[in-house]
Design a protein around this ligand. Structure first.
Ligand SMILES: Cc1ncc(COP(=O)(O)O)c(C=O)c1O
Length: 471
């Protein structure tokens, strides 16, 4: 689809060289032909009026009209009486190169998609965010539009530290908070700092977010080794057998098994870090959504000198905001701040101020309460629907977040089940694919319900009920 520019549209970069000896009209025609052929101007895109372009280039309007008429005659442009001149559809011959970096389109699942990792995008607090941005634009001093502090807006860092002390039992002051572009950037920065400190191997949970972690480690110049996870979380004895001096963990709600790192394992892990002169990187990705009565505090609070904690609003508000943070021990702060400054001179200040405004106004908490109630209701629906259609199957990992693990009958073929469900319009995701080296502990599905409304949960499970019985 061509871009439909408002009003006159943006200016068109054409350079006329009055000393080149070439005619003005032929210069203009040549450059416009080139712009269409190269795809700089897309089929259907509107051009400036001849009056506008003539004024911008210091040419006579008649000359520009002649040029447009010539290019119309050649099939590059079209115009209808009373409407703007446009690039002719089909005039552009440049093939659309597929972008290797772009994400492949997600397959559509007509009945239900139990994809994981995303909150309900329908619940994104549009009104609150719009209000907060408007408040910031209305009230912030002019200096707020300058470059900000590369490690984040000071007041946001204060409020985040206070908030996380309150709800996550984090032990940190504002000085230890670095605001980042989501957890993805936070992890990248931390790994680079650790690599600069001589840490050459990162351990990560298996199953876990293996591919993205390995990519981040490699980008930081580190090796990455998987360490198995069992019913108590990361196997610290196995970690001890690796050469790693850093480990990435999801202690509050292991991704993707959903297990909580047991108390004794927490102590063992901290002891490992002290013995190894190591660092624990804690990914506290969905801590806002806990359903049991036994909230699990952040690991950082237990060993602030050994733990770097990463947080994000991707689950609590929306991934599109790209806002997250690092809480780091003092000895890493200088290098982290330097890395952040070099990376981007700081995350967008106005968005940071909008988040601050949301939190300080109480709207953030109100949104979380609503979202938590909705996810709790979906969790109940999922459990009830599974109990009705597949009562023999065990469901685990539901203490927090918005995904559950469904244990399939022994001998079930995860991949085949996923394929058959897909044919019935139900998106399912197997656990085996999230394993790196550790053998899967039986066939399991990771059922996300963050972006799956209650009716879809019911319809989706009903549609595959017979498949779930097969062992
Ligand atoms: C385990 C885990 N941690 C963190 C995140 C969030 O990352 P970000 O803040 O870059 O969106 C995700 C996103 O899916 C995730 O799966």
């Amino acid at each position: 689809m061509p871009v439909e520019w408002a009003d006159w549209g943006p200016e068109l970069l054409v350079t006329i060289d009055r000393h080149s000896g070439a005619g003005l009209r032929s210069q203009l025609e040549d450059q416009m032909r080139d712009a269409v052929r190269s795809g700089r101007l897309a089929g259907g895109e509107r051009l400036p009026s001849s009056r506008e372009l003539a004024r911008a280039l210091g040419l006579s309007r008649g000359l520009v009209q002649d040029c447009y008429a010539q290019l119309q005659a050649e099939g590059y442009l079209t115009s209808r009486p009373g409407s703007a001149t446009r690039v002719a559809a089909g005039a552009v011959v440049r093939p659309e190169a597929p972008s290797p970096a772009s994400r492949p389109a997600r397959p559509r699942h007509a009945v239900a998609d139990f994809r994981h990792g995303v909150p309900d995008l329908r619940l994104a607090p549009r009104e609150d965010w719009a209000w907060a941005v408007r408040e910031v634009c209305r009230t912030a001093p002019n200096s707020a539009f300058d470059y900000g502090d590369p490690i984040g807006e000071p007041r946001l860092r204060e409020v985040l530290a206070a908030y996380l002390r309150r709800v996550r039992a984090v032990a940190a002051t504002a000085d230890q908070v670095v605001v980042c572009t989501g957890m993805a950037q936070a992890l990248g920065l931390v790994l680079r700092v650790l690599a600069g400190d001589g840490v050459d191997t990162l351990a990560f949970e298996d199953p876990g977010a293996g591919v993205s972690t390995t990519e981040q480690a490699v980008a930081a110049g580190m090796a990455a080794v998987p360490v198995p996870v069992d019913a108590d979380g990361l196997d610290v004895a196995a970690l001890d057998r690796t050469p790693a001096r850093a480990v990435l963990v999801t202690p509050a709600h292991q991704w993707p098994t959903g297990v909580v790192l047991a108390g004794h394992r927490r102590q063992e892990l901290i002891a490992w870090a002290r013995r190894r002169d190591g660092v624990i990187v804690e990914d506290d990705y969905d801590a806002e959504f806990r359903y049991d009565r036994d909230p699990v505090g952040s690991l950082q609070g237990l060993a602030p000198d050994r733990v770097v904690s990463l947080g994000t609003v991707s689950k609590s508000l929306a991934p599109a905001l790209r806002l997250g943070w690092v809480i780091a021990p003092e000895r890493l702060l200088g290098a982290l701040a330097g890395g952040k400054r070099v990376a981007d001179r700081g995350s967008p200040s106005l968005d940071q101020l909008a988040l601050l405004t949301l939190i300080e106004s109480g709207r953030y908490d109100r949104h979380l309460r609503r979202a938590r109630a909705e996810y709790a209701a979906r969790r109940k629906t999922l459990l009830a629907t599974l109990a009705a259609h597949a009562p023999a199957l065990r469901v685990t990992g539901l203490a927090a977040g918005f995904h559950a693990v469904l244990h399939l009958p022994a001998g079930a073929d995860e991949d085949e089940l996923v394929r058959q469900a897909g044919r019935r319009g139900v998106g399912l995701y197997g656990m085996a694919r999230m394993h790196r080296a550790a053998p899967p502990a039986g066939p399991r599905l990771v059922l996300g319900f963050g972006d799956t409304p209650k009716p879809a949960i019911e319809a989706g499970i009903a549609a595959i009920a017979d498949l779930l019985q097969e062992g």
